[in-house]
Ligand binder design. Structure first.
Ligand SMILES: Cc1cc2nc3c(=O)[nH]c(=O)nc-3n(C[C@H](O)[C@H](O)[C@H](O)COP(=O)(O)OP(=O)(O)OC[C@H]3O[C@@H](n4cnc5c(N)ncnc54)[C@H](O)[C@@H]3O)c2cc1C
Ligand code: FES
Length: 575
């Protein structure tokens, strides 16, 4: 039976010094309420990426689960507290199946997916761990889409009109996504249920497509060649242009360095540049199999690390380096490959070009490179030499500020490399593309390539900085650059956010590393904030952590869920 119909429009709610726009506050409606394809009248969602839409029009939660949580938290709860539109008696999560249809009042519904694990339900009840508990206690609740619109009201009977295929319950579906020990057969069943929402279908297909093929969580990145940091010797320092200098690094004992993958980067700790020592990443510009590593560093006007490399680093000196990492790597294949770069973004794609040249690749290679002028065009002669050795290579260089003789000499085209210029090149739509440069450049290039017919999965980008935030529901505001947290410095282990160039001592004011990052305005990516969704997964370059609470499924080796991690030692994180 339908016990209560609850609605609420999104509103701005203060939360941890920020503002969250959320529709999780729902209140019971007296009398009938009209259910429409996207919403019940008077209802709305604050963040349509995570909630709402046709597949998630109506959220359902059971009165039996209310009793369970009242006992668990020792707290009285009232209808709508779990953000649900329909509070119901019956239809337990371990009985209702994806694809089941129900008539309630005048309307008919179809079960599409379990509840999305999101921090807002925990925020609503003042129980931050609730998203994880809903999964681990197998009581998520579920979403339905509206098959036929009509009025519903408290007291209506619920009548099943159709049974979903494969008898996959809501609780089992939820466990398939979020808990370890998946059954590959059930995953395949799930992808064969047409009523399952496209988002969940995709997540299950991704699990089935993971290399192990058994439906278990993907193994994560390959193990780094060494743990933490190790010293590397500065063999040679070679100025490339007025603003770019290459540094060749070798092992301190003369043994060859482990091979990197084409496109990977090193993370260096530059003791001597500042206190604490800045930690910065640099893509390898050398051939992946070379016995020494080469990085090429552009001097930034007020940059701490890059100016140190240019002005103070000495041949014979020693730097601490983490092992080559990164997923922006050249994949095997026979299709054409587009290497697109602007400015210093040339470094990782140059390593890819080395790889193709070393392999005597027969692939069609398009080298598309933008620079201001020859004096700011690093490693140009090296790239031209590699391209000359390939049988199917084409080169397109764009100079935005060069003189005609300079352009003529370098076979360059005048002007910036824009989306329109890229589209005019007649690129092969079956190609794979690797793009590196400023963020806006990569967005333009990605849009142009997608419009040219390249599959989005074949377009790869590398950003030389912090990844964009994923903070669902937090209303946009001008975020200051990363900074030390307010108040006196704490005296716990030092957490270094490498991409943000910030090192901060941890202290009792923060429950976990994510809280610390938030306090420092370091860009973060999260959803549940309690170890279920893995949105916050971050490469851990060095150090040890402990979890509180334990994640429901641990991340791969070398990765950490920062929303429930506390530092045990100093940490270096790739964020
Ligand atoms: C995966 C990855 C790969 C990378 N690969 C390369 C590479 O191959 N080559 C390369 O050169 N870089 C690369 N980078 C970028 C590199 O890690 C550094 O971010 C870069 O060298 C700048 O560091 P910095 O310490 O010199 O600048 P920071 O001191 O961190 O300053 C950052 C920026 O802020 C500006 N700034 C600093 N202080 C002030 C101030 N007071 N007022 C106004 N502006 C200020 C600086 O000019 C600079 O532009 C990569 C980054 C990543 C994440
Ligand atoms: S934010 Fe969901 S696991 Fe960390």
């Amino acid at each position: 039976m339908l016990v209560s119909v609850n609605v609420g429009l999104p509103k701005d709610v203060p939360w941890q010094g920020k503002t969250v726009h959320t529709g999780v506050w729902k209140h019971p409606v007296d009398g009938p309420a009209m259910v429409r394809r996207l919403n019940i009248d008077g209802d709305g969602q604050g963040d349509l990426n995570g909630h709402g839409g046709e597949q998630r029009a109506v959220l359902v939660y059971q009165i039996d689960s209310y009793r369970h949580w009242e006992k668990h938290f020792g707290q009285d709860l009232s209808y709508g507290n779990f953000g649900e539109n329909l509070t119901i008696d019956g239809l337990a999560d371990d009985e209702v199946c994806i694809g089941d249809r129900y008539r309630i009042g005048e309307a008919e519904f179809e079960v599409t997916q379990p509840r999305v694990t999101c921090y807002r339900v925990g925020m609503r009840l003042g129980q931050p761990e609730l998203p994880a508990l809903l999964v681990s206690h197998h009581r998520p609740g579920f979403y339905m889409r509206v098959i036929s619109e009509g009025r519903v009201q408290a007291g209506d009977d619920i009548v099943q009109t159709r049974t979903g295929p494969h008898a996959l319950t809501v609780a089992d579906t939820d466990a398939l996504l979020y808990l370890p020990g998946r059954d590959a057969g059930r995953l395949r069943d799930a992808t064969d249920i047409p009523a399952l929402s496209p988002g969940w279908q995709q997540s299950f297909r991704d699990l089935l497509a993971a290399p192990a093929g058994d439906g278990q969580a993907p193994a994560g990145p390959p193990e780094p060649a060494w743990p933490g940091f190790r010293p590397l010797r500065v063999d040679r320092i070679v100025p490339e242009t007025d603003t770019v200098t290459s540094v060749y690094l070798s092992s301190t004992d003369g043994t060859p360095l482990p091979a990197a993958l084409a496109g990977q980067y090193l993370t260096l700790r530059l003791a001597g540049a500042a206190d604490p020592a800045p930690v910065r990443s640099y893509s390898l510009s050398s051939a992946p199999g070379a016995a020494t590593y080469r990085i090429s560093v552009k001097e930034e006007p007020r940059g701490i690390a890059s100016r140190y490399v240019h002005d103070h680093l000495d041949q014979g000196g020693v730097l601490d380096s983490a092992a080559p990492r990164g997923e922006f790597v050249l994949a095997d294949g026979a299709e054409p490959v587009l290497l697109i770069s602007a400015g210093i973004g040339v470094t990782p794609v140059l390593a890819m070009l080395h790889q193709l040249a070393d392999d005597h690749s027969q692939r069609e290679v398009w080298w598309i490179n933008a620079a201001r002028r020859p004096s700011e065009h690093p490693l140009a002669a090296e790239a031209a030499g590699l391209l000359a050795g390939l049988s199917h290579a084409r080169e397109h260089v764009f100079y935005s500020q060069a003189t005609p003789p300079h352009r003529h000499r370098d076979h360059a085209v005048p002007g910036r490399l824009t989306a329109a210029r890229l589209s005019e090149l007649g690129l092969p739509p079956q190609a794979s593309a690797y793009i590196c440069g400023p963020a806006s450049f990569m967005t333009d290039m990605t849009d142009a390539l997608t419009a040219a017919g390249l599959e989005p999965g074949r377009i790869h980008t590398e950003l030389f900085g912090a990844l964009p935030s994923v903070n669902p529901g937090v209303t946009s505001r001008d975020r200051p650059p990363p900074h030390q947290p307010p108040g006196p410095p704490a005296n716990g282990p030092v957490v270094t956010f490498a991409r943000s160039g910030l090192s901060v001592p941890f202290g009792p004011a923060w429950h976990n590393v994510l809280d610390l990052a938030d306090a420092c305005d370091v860009p973060t990516r999260w959803s549940c904030r309690t170890g279920v969704c893995h949105t916050c997964v971050t490469p851990l370059l060095s150090g040890d952590i402990s979890y509180s609470p334990e994640p429901l499924e641990p991340p791969a080796d070398g990765e950490v869920l920062i929303c429930c991690a506390r530092p045990g030692t100093d940490l270096v994180l790739d964020m």
